[in-house]
Write a protein that binds this ligand. Structure first.
Ligand SMILES: Nc1ncnc2c1ncn2[C@@H]1O[C@H](COP(=O)(O)OP(=O)(O)OP(=O)(O)O)[C@@H](O)[C@H]1O
Length: 282
């Protein structure tokens, strides 16, 4: 469903005019319902790859290669068509959920505005749907959360709200960019488990960016290992663990003896409904 071919990106320094290559012609594919992890250390080009797919690369960047979603050339469309495709088919779950939510609107409004049929549903039915969405991602006190403003909720709670909104739109592709890095460790496990469970339930494809190999191995079917703007190797977590082809992958694996064993998926989500501590930040 997602087909990336020879993706390269270079940026030009506005002062010196020097061009720096950031991505060096990477290719990968993502099948329907598959989760692919982009793993690598800081600066390896994971986020830039996501930005190219979303069409939000930095100003002045020179991009080449092909990106196709279900046969639609994402680099060949623009304007309203690109805006619609981004709204309907792609959903981004970013590191900082505060950045994705309007600070002056209650989170209920965020969920309702994201419903394509909100207008025809009517106020009450849309509010009921929003409450169901929150309940589905393990939020117990849905009425309070729907009325809350982003600053009144913890980072973990907000990330659940974002996940609820993302899943409800039934996008073709979820793009998760270090979605739990900003959260504390216990909350990380809960949020990842919810994301993993919902993605599988709805059969959504996901590109999961992280520097955490263990985490990627737990939630992804395959991993693409990135270093210095290149994908050095792609394979299942088990294959990369048992038969790494590149020295870099081997060194990553050696540094991570706790890699989840085959068949083990996301960490235990714990109880299905977790009451959130009031306004604790993440
Ligand atoms: N706006 C920008 N303009 C120019 N270069 C950038 C810009 N943003 C990032 N870079 C550079 O692009 C390279 C890849 O960055 P990218 O953010 O994709 O890495 P990453 O693997 O996602 O790392 P991290 O986990 O730290 O976010 C880095 O060398 C970075 O310095």
């Amino acid at each position: 469903m997602l087909n990336v071919r020879d993706l390269a990106l270079a940026v030009t320094d506005p002062v010196t005019g020097d061009e720096t290559a950031i991505l060096h012609g990477n290719s990968f594919e993502l099948a329907q319902g598959e989760a692919l992890g982009l793993v690598g250390e800081s600066g390896s080009g994971k986020s830039m790859t996501l930005r190219c797919i979303l069409g939000i690369e930095p100003e002045g960047a020179r991009v080449s290669g092909d990106i196709a979603l279900d046969g639609v050339d994402l680099r060949g469309i623009s304007g309203e068509r690109l805006r619609r495709l981004r709204a309907d088919d792609l959903a981004l779950i970013a590191q900082n959920p505060h950045g994705a939510l309007n600070p002056v609107l209650p989170v209920g409004r965020f969920l309702i505005e994201g419903m394509s049929d909100a207008r025809s549903l009517g106020r009450e039915a849309a509010a009921t749907r929003a409450a169901e969405l929150l309940s589905d991602v393990g939020i117990a006190d849905t009425e309070r959360v729907l009325r809350s403003y982003p600053h009144q909720l913890s980072g973990g709670m907000l990330q659940r709200v974002i996940i609820a909104g993302a899943i409800s739109g039934q996008p073709k592709l979820l793009l998760a960019d270090e979605p739990t890095t900003a959260l504390d460790v216990t909350t990380q496990a809960e949020v990842v488990a919810i994301l993993d469970e919902k993605r599988r339930e709805f059969g959504l494809s996901m590109l999961f960016v992280t520097h955490d190999l263990d985490l990627a191995a737990a939630v992804c079917d395959r991993l693409a290992v990135m270093k210095d703007g290149r994908i050095v190797e792609i394979g299942t977590p088990e294959h990369l663990r048992d038969h790494p082809e590149s020295d870099y992958t081997r060194s990553l694996m050696d540094a991570r003896p706790q890699l989840y064993p085959a068949g083990h998926h996301a960490p235990d989500p714990g109880p299905p409904h977790i009451a959130d501590a009031e306004g604790t930040g993440s």
